[in-house]
Ligand binder design. Structure first.
Ligand code: GLC
Length: 480
């Protein structure tokens, strides 16, 4: 089985968010689950990627047709842990300094070019994909274009397509002119899409894909409702037989408290009590006072965006000012939310530290120290923080939405199977109520430790999702 995997980002080459984690793990997990498969990953050669460091070799060059004249594309390749990874560059890629541009038009051109170049590459390699697996709006146009060509082009006649949605609201900008310039037709009138969506990259890909997946079963259901569907709920409901939710995995080698070099003290499930030494070290590191007695240390590690509900977290902590807690908050993002974090620290200088930067090491020390980790997302297609938290023995206190609902089991609902605390919606009151339940259980050291250990025993590895994707790939011919 030939699997062509397209994504805007993949760790360790380029990573902005969770998509980078998934695309940096899943191709290798697929290969591991099905050694006979030929899995190949294609990424843009973002200017931030150090070609010499990764040992990239020039492979080929060709052009992509454009109304203003052909655009040159160059492709580089490297072998990374036994899989070929291709990198595409050209003027539209060089025009954006990072992975994504603040200018939606520059981003749209970059990713239309990239999507077309990835298909051209398969042809250059004379390597017919059985599966094209694309991710998010950035590569959705490849799915659309392939479906269009399939009828007339023998090379792609047998290729089946999967489009994974990691974050529905990010659809790419609707741009009839840009599509026309690249010779890409809009989605068909009978595609079932609303008019605006027929020239918008993500929905165009969704309408063309043989299968649509989201990164958790609950999110697959939620996007069929007006609250989470962003105008596509009707279309998605009509396609529900092609819509699957497959929960993401976690790279259990990269995230392992027994081997994590960023930690002061490494530990396992049976030595989980050692976390207290990490907590003491973390308090020293961020200059929080060492409390007398057992005071819960609350952690938050997040991109600071409206989606993540970090404003809700700040407000909930205020509501609980009478309880003795301490909090360490880590992340960067929207300036307004960074301010909200700073204000909370200014209000509670003895109890709150807000560290507003990207810091992988500190993130790991928070996971290894915090008693509770807050995940108050307004929506969450899958979410990684809650899975890392459980693996590190930090108890998630999470909104019951998307992947959070699928990975965390609430203490009051099923005490002996529970792994955390859930609250019904991302409001300060609801979070404060859940956090109060957590504080109450925290007082009971023995039961608290059992809860931590159940979290640490969860299997979030990529093996299960990889097998689920392969099952899905295998059943695809049935759709056509
Ligand atoms: C997006 C989603 C997040 C998900 C990630 C990887 O970042 O917001 O919930 O975990 O993609 O699929």
């Amino acid at each position: 089985m030939n699997i062509l995997f397209l994504a805007a980002e993949a760790a360790p080459f380029a990573k902005v968010g969770g998509l980078g984690d998934v695309a940096g793990s899943l191709p290798w997990a697929l290969k591991h689950a099905l050694p006979a498969a030929d899995v190949r990953l294609v990424l843009p050669l973002h200017p931030t990627i150090d070609a010499a460091y990764w040992g990239l070799r020039p492979l080929t060059a060709f052009t992509i047709a454009h109304r203003n004249g052909p655009i040159a594309a160059e492709v580089y390749v490297t072998q990374y842990s036994d899989l070929p990874v291709y990198f595409v560059t050209g003027v539209p890629v060089l025009a954006v300094p990072g992975v994504y541009s603040p200018d939606p038009h520059a981003d749209a051109v970059k990713y239309a070019f990239f999507s077309l170049a990835a298909l051209a590459l398969a042809r250059y390699l004379d390597w017919q994909p059985d599966i094209l697996h694309a991710h998010d709006w950035h590569t959705a146009l490849a799915v659309h274009v392939l479906a269009h060509r399939r009828g007339s082009d023998a090379f792609f006649a047998h290729t089946r397509t999967v489009l994974t949605v990691h974050n529905l609201p990010y659809m790419g900008s609707p741009s009839p002119l840009l599509l026309e310039a690249f010779g890409i037709p809009p989605a068909a009138e009978d595609s079932g899409l609303p008019e605006w969506a027929r020239t918008t990259p993500l929905p165009m890909g969704l309408a063309a894909a043989d299968a649509i997946t989201t990164v958790s079963p609950t999110y697959a259901r939620e996007i069929q409702t007006p609250e989470f569907g962003h105008g596509l709920e009707g279309f998605l409901r009509a396609r529900r037989e092609r819509l699957f939710g497959i929960l993401n995995g976690l790279d259990t080698d990269l995230w392992n408290p027994a081997t994590d070099r960023a930690l002061d003290v490494r530990y396992t499930r049976s030595t989980v009590a050692l976390r207290e030494r990490n907590a003491a070290a973390l308090r020293r590191e961020v200059e929080l006072p060492q409390p007398e007695g057992r005071v819960p240390l609350v952690g938050l590690v997040s991109r600071l965006t409206v989606q993540k509900g970090v404003d809700v977290a700040a407000e909930a902590l205020r509501l609980l000012a009478d309880f003795p807690w301490q909090a360490v908050l880590l992340g960067t993002g929207d300036p307004e939310l960074e301010d909200a974090m700073r204000r909370l620290e200014a209000e509670f200088p003895q109890r709150v530290r807000a560290v507003l930067r990207y810091d992988d090491g500190l993130a790991r020390r928070i996971y290894a120290s915090a008693d509770m980790l807050l995940v108050p997302s307004r929506y969450e297609p899958c979410g990684l923080a809650q899975m890392i938290a459980m693996r590190y023995g930090a108890v998630p206190v999470a909104a019951e939405t998307g992947g959070l609902a699928d990975t965390v089991r609430d203490f009051d609902l099923a005490p002996r199977r529970s792994t955390g605390f859930l609250f019904p919606e991302a409001t300060p009151k609801a979070l404060a109520f859940a956090l109060r339940r957590a504080f109450a259980l925290f007082a009971d050291r023995r039961r608290w430790q059992a809860l931590q250990q159940r979290g640490m025993a969860q299997d979030f590895s990529w093996e299960r999702p990889a097998r689920a994707y392969i099952r899905l790939y295998r059943q695809l011919p049935d759709f056509v």
